[in-house]
Design a protein around this ligand. Sequence first.
Ligand code: 4NP
Length: 157
Amino acid sequence: MKKKILFVCLGNICRSPMAETIMQAMAKEAGREAEFELDSAGLIAYHEGEEADPRMRQHAARHGYRITHLSRPIRESDFRYFDLILGMDDSNIDRLKRLAPDLETEAKVQRMTDYCCQRMEDHVPDPYYGGASGFEHVISLLEDACRGLLENLKADD
Ligand code: 4NP
């Protein structure tokens, strides 16, 4: 059965669509695309229907990634549908846990950086109000976390 993973950030226009895109690319590269169903969502609906932030898309392209996701807010059914719900920072995780309809679904909420294999960081910082280095930092942290996630899920099987 496919492992269903939902990446979540605040606006679903920077970090979580980037995470989804990197994970998709790494799974494909590893010949493991068929093992996963991936999506991303935001905690706010403010950017619903929009493409990812143009700055995020530009930095992604520099690293060979193309983000096609359109922003959408998380919905209650996501908590039942997905096996793993990965938040990017403390605020995301607190809000996700409060939104989870019950204890079983709350347990699906985890921290993206817990899967990092080389970096020792405890959150993926919001790049929205910052400069270019923030977007680059998001990409390198998410690459590390997705590498760890792929390894971890292999080990689980
Ligand atoms: P994201 O970044 O959560 O990584 O998508 C943000 C996008 C939009 C806003 C904040 C953060 N905003 O306030 O609209």
